[in-house]
Design a binder for this molecule. Sequence first.
Ligand code: BGC
Length: 327
Amino acid sequence: MKKGFLLFCCLFLLLPPAGLAAFTPLHRGVNLGNMLEAPAEGAWGEAFQDEYATIIVSAGFDHVRLPVQWSIYAAEEAPYPIWHDIFDRVDHILSVLTDAGLSVILDLHHFDALWENPKAETPKFLSLWRQIAEHYQSAPDSVLFELANEPQTDPATWNALVRQGIDVIRQTNPTRNILIQGTGWGSGSELFDLDLPQGDPHLIGTFHLYDPFAFTHQGIDFIDGAAAWLGTQWQETTADTADIRRSIALAKAWSQETGLPVHLGEFGVYEKADAASTNRWIAYVARLAEKSGISWSYWEFCSVFGLYDDDARAFHPGMLEALMEQP
Ligand code: BGC
């Protein structure tokens, strides 16, 4: 066989197929939301139960995203040691999940003080990641890190934090996959503001999708005016799908441009929307992401955007089917 042909075959195998985003090691997942992202596990009504791992695997998911509010589980003074108790708890949860065969995105969530005062809080951000990275350096590759959820700052500030955060993690985890979101609410378009280090193939872009917001967040208590959105339906009209198509197309384009995979880390509907609209929306977003070569984690498992009803010990009617139906 000619050398040139061999080279062509190797390149073909290495590159993502034309028209598709580069692949993540993830496929279909769910967020364990409102558990360890709360000021104390259980404070927002949900605590991790070991049995969730089997329920999630049996439902057909291959991964979970685990938001943890690391910043409150650490001392306020330098060098900001993380409490042993939270490491013990996360160690336990990670081993239950990975033993069940799930990959886990370990995400730093709700570090609000960092966005309020990035300069003052940067040492704490880097110390948290130094400790998390050291602690999990021997974890299997199926554990991925996510630098921060929805970074509420400007791109220049965030890009500086991203560089320093990656440097800290790379000292102990040279090849662990790290997910990075654009600033603000981190939609597809904000990925383009990221300035990632070149030559690191273990970075994954991530974005969130809650469009149209007045539909997905109708009646939610943490947004002023959300009560006025109650009754908003979603019918898959051209207008209903416009922002979703735009965000996913942008995320795919970013992946093609950078050669890095992209992951939809959150999308979901608050429980006040009507079930038929919710299930239509879920199915539409999940299928469009998949057609675009984008892996996803639904927001979330068993709380107010949840798929699973803890009391009934069953998935809400139609939700899982909508999420998982084959195209
Ligand atoms: C936040 C949750 C919120 C969800 C949907 C997440 O990133 O952590 O508190 O419910 O987004 O808005």
